[in-house]
Each structure stands twice: as structure tokens, then as C-alpha cells.
Design a protein around this ligand. Structure first.
Ligand SMILES: Nc1ncnc2c1ncn2[C@@H]1O[C@H](COP(=O)(O)OP(=O)(O)OP(=O)(O)O)[C@@H](O)[C@H]1O
Length: 877
């Protein structure tokens, strides 16, 4: 694909004077932006005229009054969005410390995410995958911001892809909200420190890399895939040591920052000169990683941020000189199209066929051609080997999908708990989750003006009206029945396909009827549910037992769907394999049936008959039976594939249904517990069976919330081991759930809020918790040696799949694995046992539950909230 030459887009943004600068009387505004919004001039407030100054001109100059939205729209938007058409793009923020780089980049990233997802929404015919990776370069060390525990990363030179960061974690963003959440995690991990010019000065260069992959099936049937990366680079600020008055660690950081920025400006200066001599990309990790954005295959925009203040005039001039060089740098961006392995194999096969033809022709048969052919054959084999068995790949992908789904489900479960400790209102997620479609949401809205009162657990406690629950359940049941009917219809269509086109063999037919009966079974399950619900007359006790039965039926529905999917898988694989002797015979029969008769003794009229009286081919042209058969076959194959997808979707919906039902059962149980508590004045309340159920449910929620909120693993271990479902544990569980729910809500608000609106307090909390957790893990890693014998260590390493390596590294890797899989009960149990051993913790009288404060107030009120125990407190260090 031809590259397009384009200069780097350079814009300048001047921030307003800050409070400190305003407070200094002699600190005046030293720069004036022209009305053309392209030039800026030094205007010394201590001199009468600016006649001697020369203006600096750029693609755009944004005055202090301009919003970040404007900077995005007019300065970088089109560069950022080129990634959607397969062109790499990079957006930098460059400038002195405290000039507004981070402020600007956060807004730019937010705007870009919004635009990207709007674009994706409007292109339903295209399939998009968006991945994110993020790193920081701190003191010339590369750290993965999505997984800082992985330690320093190496840069590796790849002959085709250039410099790559080895083992950099990349995650697929499920949607815009998930992407924002991941970015918030990266920002929380970034190194920040206080200097005299900026309370929250970034001490590292941060690169957030989004990889956008879009595939489109063209009318020719070929799939076109475009892949491009979009980098958001928030550089650390250049700083004059005398001005920032830094020393110690900050000084060391400042030196590294200044040195790498110097390399960046040298690279830019050399590139802007147009001479293609030696460009010192390799002098810093920053320029190595960003090499393609600097004169390579990318579109690049640089936003230079400056302060208006007279006291920073020298630094501002340096920034503007850098910007002036940068606007002369020319890049060569091109569209990055990916040719799939399959297409390559196909091309090579064609070439082989051509060569074979040439070899067979007597005049061209030569040893040279033979060797060429052999070489190509070898290449094809290698490629086929690399591609692996597509069916196997499909299965792996499918199981990954299932895993991701169940993770998502658990995440939802964790989120579903009532949000907010004081107002007892349910979260938005719970509300959303309880309604499948907009239609049902509006239906709920009709019951009562305040929907939230209807569906929330706590709200129901406050307003115990079982008829509302019946309404909810009925809607769910109705939806379930619809699903079964849909499935049946789809299957019948497929069955017709098979019958009409006389495809497949005996085995396929058997499988087909098996799937049919399985689906029928589903429909029966669905209708029996409907009967139960419609027979109900709002008797609370009766309802509870009904709900439980329905829960079981849904579980069996899930199992049945599982079977259906397995059968379809088998069907697809049988059908996709080589032609069977049966089908070959059928094909031969069809061919014979359709062959042009040799003896033309046919009567007139519309139809023609062969000598044996069977329907025969038309007189004029022979019918290409093979072709038709192939066409039918591929049509049926397509149908089966889409049916498979359809069943997978059904499965997901049933899982959702199941979850919603569990939630409703919980609500009813609580209602009942409450009622019986008031009737019997029994403080423990509820039957043991009900409590057991609620306990397990709450424990799962708590485990997930511990994970999401980075709670110390020692606290998790103690809590997990001490609270084992005793009826008196109810109160502890409730308190823990409230605290965690509050915290999680607080942190997710941080993830969803517009960066410009973020308060600093939650961000600090996240990074402090992550840091504390890291320290705790490091501390536990040190205890592995003293608390486990060499033999025990080897055993646990094998059990936890810790790869061989240095002793220290293995210990840390092992500890990092503990409590990392909140959705796996076995993992959680094992983690608790290991941590308990490392800290000598046992369940005994002296280790009572009293260590978990019984305080219902949210942690927001710091006076009453003591915080979670850190390992150092616990070990009295
Ligand atoms: N355009 C702007 N409008 C209002 N406030 C701004 C603007 N730009 C920056 N600020 C404020 O100035 C302060 C410093 O900004 P920021 O931290 O983004 O600077 P920086 O260039 O990233 O600094 P460093 O290099 O030290 O990390 C912040 O409090 C920020 O909110």
C-alpha cells in the first residue's frame, strides 16, 4: 500500500495562570495569541513594545480560554481517527512541568474513546476488536501499567515490526466503559510525585496504546482486515532543577526525564533538517519505542503545552523552539492491511498449481522448476502447521469466550449488591441487569414512578410487595419461553435445509434429529415454568418454593442448552469433514439422474425425461450437479454456523435469566427472613438452609469485591477463614459487604468520570491501595523461605504452576498468584490456606471475629473507619 507523506501536526496550548502565579504580583502574562489562532508572540509586560519579537506560527494555537474539546476537535481528532482506517497514529503532549500535559491528554483520550465507539456503533457491517496496552518509562525502565508486578520489561528489535516491548500485557476492551476502567488503572499505577511547581507531577513518560482491528467481508467474499495502533503519549515535563528545587529521588527522576527529552529533541531536530543521516533513536527508550511516530509509518500530532507566565518564559521559548522543529518532520503513513494466513496459503497453492502445469508441459520440465515446486510445498506445509487445526483454534476461542462470559457474570454479581450505605438504593447495574430490553425496562417503569424502588434488594425490604416480584418473574419466564420457541424455529429451518438438499449421511441425520429433540425438550421446560408462575396467587411462602423450583429448572435448561451446543458442534465437524462414501454415492446418483441423455427420445412440453423415466437434465445444457451440490452444502454450512452462534447467544441469555432469578430469590428470602425476625423476635432469623444460601452468595460477592478494590490479602484470608457460615456471621458479612460496596462504587465512579471532573482523592486511594498490596505481597514472598521447607516450596510451585527461575522471582511469582482468581472457589480456598500458613494464622479463640470492626458507617467517614489490616499491623512490625 502506498505511503503518504505528511508533516507532523503541531499545535500549542497555553493554559490559564494558576493560583500560585496569580498570587505573585510580578508574575504577568508574557504571551499573546493572535486572532488567526495560528500564531503566538512574546509580549514582555515590562517593555512598552513587542516590535523586536518574532511570532511563532503553528497549525493551531489555543488560547487559555479554549476547552480541551476544542483542542481535540481542531487539533488532533482526524489524526486519532485515522487509526480506524488502518493508519497508525500517535498523539503527544510535550511541554515543561506543570504546563498542562496530563490535563490535556486525559481529555484527549476521553474524547477519542467516545468518537471511536460512536464510529463503531455506526458500522454494524464491520467487526472491530479494540485492545489496550500501556507502559511508562520511569528512570529509563519500562514498566507495564496494566501489570506493574511483572517488573521491568525489555525492548526487543524485530526486523519487521521494529522495536517491541517484550511481554507487554495487552487486554481486549469489551466496551467503552471497560476501556475507561483499564485506563483508570493505568493512570493509578503511574509514578507521580510532588515538586514545587506541581503537586502531582508525572515522573514518567506514559504511553497508552490502543490497537484497532477492523474486518470487513467484501462482496467478493474476501475478508479485509485493517490493523492500526493509536498511541497517546503523555511525556514527563522538562524541568529546570533551580526552579523545581528538587533533590534526592526527584532529582534523579528529573535527570532521567531531561536526558530522554533531550534525545527526543535531538531526533526531532535531525529529522526536521531533512537530511537522512544517523538519527539517534537508540539513545533513549522513549525514542526507540516511538520511532515509527517520528518520521516513520504513522500520522503524528504534537500538542505543546505552555504556561503564560513571565517567570517561565525561558522554558516556554524552549518548548516553542522544539515545536518549530517538529512541524518540519515528515512522516510516511500507510494503511496497514493484514493478509490472512488462509489467503496466503491460497495464493501459494495457486502458484504451485501453475508450476505443476509448467512441469508437466514437456518443453518446460526441468530440475529447476521441480526444486521451486518443492520449496513452495514446504512453505505451505509450514504455514499450515503454524495455523494449526482451525477447529481446534475455534474450540479454544470458544472456551475463552465462555470463560470471559462467566467472568463477566461474576463481575456483575459483584456489582449487583446494593450500592450506597445510607440511602439503600440499588446500583445502576442491578437495575439494568433486571431488565433484558428497553421494552421490559419501560414496562417496569409503568408499575411505579420510581423504578429503582421496584427492583432493588434493599428497596424491596423497605416496601415488601410480592406482587412486584411476581411481575418481574413473569417477565423473565415469558422471555425464557420466547427463547425456546426461537430456537425451535431456527432449528426447523436448518432441518428443512438438510431435507431439501438431501445432504449429509446417516450419522448427520441422526445427530440432526437428536438436536431437534433436545430443543423440543427445552420448549417443554419453558412451558411448564409458565404454568407454575401463572398458577400463583401471590402467596409469599408458596412463591418462595416456586422460585426455588424455577431456579432448578433454569439450571437444567442451561445444561440442556449445553448439550444442544455440543451436538451442534459435532454436527458442524461431521459436516465440515471430507465427503463420506454415503454422500459420494448420493452425489453420483444425482449426477446420473441429471446427465444429458445420449439418445434423444424425449417428448415435448415443459419437462424432459430420461429413458428410464426418471426426471433428467434439461435438454439444452448439462446441469453442473457438483456445483449445485457444493452451493447447497455451503449454504447449509453457513446456516449451521449461524445457528451455533445463535445457540451460544441463547445460552448467554439463559445464564442471565438464571442470575436474575437467583437475585430475585435472594430478595424474597430476605423478605422472609425479615418477616420471621419480626414475628418470632429471633435475632438470628431465617432458616439454616436459607442462611446457607445467602452466605454463599454474599461470600462470592465479597471475594470479588476484595479483588476489585485491592484489599490486603491477609485481611481476605482472615475473614475467609473465620467466617464460615455461622448464623451469627450475618452481621459481619453485611458490614463487610457494605464497606466494600461503597468502596467499589467510589472507585468505579473514578473510572467512569470525565477526567476533567476527577477529584484527586480516589485516584490517590487506588494507587495507595495497589502499592500497599504490592508491598504486602513482597513481604509475604520473603516469608516463603522461612515458613515452607524446600520440599514444600517445590510442591506448591508445581501445584501453582510457577515456572523455573531465580529463587526470589519464583517466590514473588507464587505470591502474586494467590488471591488472583476470585471466581474460582477452589483457588480462593487454597490461597487462604497458603497465606494463613505464611503468617501463622489459625482459627482459634484468640483470633476472634471481633478483629473485624462492626461499624456500619461507610469508610468515607475516616473517624469511624479503621481501615483494613495490613500485614505489618498484623505481624506487629
Ligand atoms: N488548560 C487548563 N485549564 C485549567 N487548568 C489547567 C489547564 N492545564 C493544566 N491545568 C492545571 O494545572 C496543573 C498542572 O497540570 P498538569 O499536571 O496537567 O501538568 P503537566 O504538564 O502534566 O505537569 P508534569 O509534567 O509535572 O506532570 C493541574 O492542576 C491542572 O489541573
Amino acid at each position: 500500500m502506498a505511503a503518504t507523506q505528511e508533516k507532523i501536526r503541531v499545535t500549542v496550548r497555553m493554559r490559564p495562570l494558576n493560583h500560585k502565579e496569580q498570587a505573585m504580583h510580578d508574575d504577568l502574562i508574557a504571551w499573546e495569541c493572535f486572532h488567526d489562532q495560528r500564531s503566538i508572540i512574546f509580549n514582555n509586560p515590562n517593555q512598552e513594545s513587542s516590535a523586536t519579537a518574532t511570532p511563532y506560527t503553528f497549525d493551531k494555537v489555543f488560547a487559555p480560554s479554549c476547552s480541551t474539546q476544542q483542542v481535540y476537535d481542531e487539533g488532533v481528532r482526524d489524526v486519532a481517527l485515522s487509526a480506524l482506517s488502518g493508519i497508525n497514529a500517535t498523539i503527544f503532549a510535550y511541554g515543561q512541568t506543570s504546563s498542562g500535559k496530563t490535563f490535556t491528554m486525559r481529555g484527549i483520550v476521553e474524547n477519542a474513546i467516545k468518537d471511536i465507539y460512536d464510529y463503531i456503533k455506526n458500522k454494524p457491517e464491520q467487526h472491530f476488536i479494540l485492545k489496550i496496552a500501556a507502559l511508562e518509562i520511569y528512570n529509563e525502565t519500562v514498566i507495564d501499567l496494566l501489570n506493574p508486578e511483572s517488573g521491568p520489561l525489555r525492548l526487543v528489535d524485530d526486523p519487521e515490526r521494529g522495536t517491541i516491548v517484550e511481554k507487554l500485557n495487552e487486554q481486549v476492551a469489551k466496551d467503552a466503559q471497560h476501556l475507561r476502567h483499564l485506563i483508570a488503572i493505568c493512570q493509578a499505577h503511574r509514578q507521580v510525585g510532588e515538586t514545587s511547581l506541581n503537586d502531582k507531577s508525572s515522573r514518567s513518560h506514559q504511553i497508552i496504546r490502543l490497537t484497532l482491528e477492523s474486518s470487513l467481508r467484501e462482496s467478493s467474499g474476501h475478508e479485509k482486515t485493517l490493523v492500526a495502533s493509536l498511541n497517546f503519549v503523555d511525556l514527563a515535563g522538562s524541568e529546570r532543577i533551580s526552579q523545581t528545587k528538587i533533590c534526592g529521588v526527584r532529582l534523579k527522576e528529573g535527570n532521567h526525564i531531561n536526558r530522554s527529552l533531550l534525545t527526543l529533541s535531538t531526533v526531532i531536530r535531525k529529522l526536521s533538517g531533512g537530511k537522512r543521516g544517523h538519527i539517534p533513536y537508540r539513545d533513549s527508550k522513549l525514542t526507540r519505542i516511538l520511532q515509527s511516530a517520528l518520521g516513520g509509518n504513522a500520522r503524528t500530532a504534537i500538542i505543546c503545552t505552555i504556561s503564560p507566565s513571565l517567570s517561565h518564559v525561558e522554558q516556554t521559548k524552549n518548548t516553542l523552539t522544539f515545536a518549530t522543529s517538529a512541524k518540519e518532520v515528515v512522516n510516511n503513513a500507510c494503511v496497514n492491511m493484514v493478509v490472512s494466513d488462509k489467503t496466503l496459503v491460497r495464493q501459494l497453492q495457486k502458484e504451485v498449481a501453475r508450476l505443476e502445469g509448467e512441469i508437466r508441459s514437456p518443453e518446460l520440465s526441468s530440475s529447476c522448476l521441480r526444486s521451486l515446486l518443492a520449496e513452495k510445498d514446504l512453505k505451505i506445509k509450514q504455514m499450515e502447521k503454524d495455523m494449526g487445526d482451525p477447529r481446534c483454534q475455534r474450540d479454544v476461542a470458544q472456551s475463552q469466550l465462555e470463560l470471559a462470559r462467566s467472568e463477566l457474570e461474576l463481575e456483575r454479581r459483584a456489582n449487583k449488591v446494593h450500592k450506597g450505605s445510607n440511602d439503600h438504593r440499588p446500583s445502576g447495574q442491578v437495575v439494568r441487569c433486571l431488565s433484558f430490553s428497553e421494552e421490559s425496562e419501560s414496562a417496569v417503569g409503568k408499575h411505579t414512578p420510581d423504578r429503582r424502588k421496584v427492583v432493588g434488594r434493599q428497596a424491596i425490604l423497605a416496601s415488601p410487595d410480592p406482587s412486584i416480584l411476581v411481575g418481574e418473574i413473569r417477565k423473565l419466564e415469558h422471555r425464557q419461553l420466547q427463547l425456546c420457541e426461537d430456537a425451535n424455529r431456527a432449528l426447523e429451518v436448518m432441518h428443512k435445509d438438510f431435507a431439501t438438499h438431501n445432504l449429509g449421511n446417516q450419522e448427520t441425520a441422526e445427530r440432526m434429529s437428536k438436536v431437534l429433540s433436545e430443543i423440543k425438550d427445552l420448549v417443554v421446560a419453558g412451558s411448564s415454568l409458565e404454568e407454575i408462575v401463572t398458577a400463583d396467587k401471590a402467596d409469599l411462602k408458596k412463591m418462595i418454593s416456586q422460585f426455588k423450583n424455577q431456579g432448578n429448572t433454569i439450571a437444567s435448561l442451561e445444561r440442556k442448552l449445553e448439550n444442544v451446543q455440543k451436538s451442534i458442534d459435532k454436527l458442524v465437524s461431521t459436516f465440515g469433514t471430507e465427503e463420506t462414501p454415503d454422500s459420494k454415492t448420493q452425489l453420483r446418483e444425482l449426477e446420473i439422474e441429471n446427465r444429458v441423455p445420449t439418445n434423444n427420445n424425449i417428448g415435448g412440453g415443459g419437462g424432459t425425461f430420461a429413458r428410464d423415466g426418471s426426471p433428467a437434465a434439461r435438454k439444452s445444457k448439462p446441469v453442473d450437479v457438483k456445483k449445485i451440490h457444493k452451493m447447497f452444502k455451503s449454504a447449509v454450512e453457513e446456516n449451521m454456523k449461524s445457528f451455533k452462534v445463535y445457540v451460544a447467544e441463547l445460552k448467554e441469555l439463559v445464564a442471565k435469566l438464571h442470575y436474575q432469578k437467583q437475585l430475585l430469590i435472594c430478595q424474597v428470602l430476605e423478605l422472609e427472613v425479615n418477616e420471621s425476625a419480626s414475628e418470632e423476635t429471633d435475632t438470628t432469623g431465617g432458616s439454616p438452609v436459607q442462611w446457607e444460601f445467602v452466605f454463599e452468595e454474599q461470600r462470592q460477592q465479597i471475594t470479588m469485591l476484595w479483588h476489585l478494590c485491592h484489599i490486603p490479602v491477609v485481611h481476605r484470608t482472615q475473614f475467609y477463614l473465620l467466617l464460615r457460615g455461622d448464623p451469627y456471621d450475618q452481621i459481619y458479612m453485611e458490614v463487610e459487604l457494605r464497606r466494600l460496596t461503597w468502596l467499589e462504587q467510589h472507585l468505579s465512579e473514578l473510572g467512569n468520570a470525565s477526567p476533567a471532573l476527577l477529584s484527586d482523592e480516589p485516584a490517590d486511594y487506588v494507587s495507595a491501595s495497589i502499592r500497599a498490596l504490592r508491598q504486602e505481597r513482597e513481604y509475604l514472598a520473603k516469608r516463603v523461605n522461612s515458613k515452607l521447607t524446600a520440599q514444600e516450596r517445590e510442591l506448591v510451585y508445581a501445584e501453582w504452576e510457577v515456572p523455573p527461575g531465580g529463587k526470589k522471582q519464583r517466590r514473588l511469582e507464587f505470591i502474586n498468584k494467590l488471591w488472583s482468581g476470585p471466581y474460582n472457589i477452589h483457588h480462593v480456598q487454597e490461597s487462604a490456606q497458603v497465606v494463613a500458613k505464611l503468617i501463622d494464622f489459625s482459627v482459634s479463640d484468640e483470633n476472634s471475629k471481633d478483629m473485624f470492626e462492626l461499624n456500619f458507617a461507610s469508610p468515607y467517614n475516616k473517624k469511624t473507619w479503621g481501615g483494613w489490616n495490613f500485614v505489618s499491623n498484623l505481624l506487629h512490625l
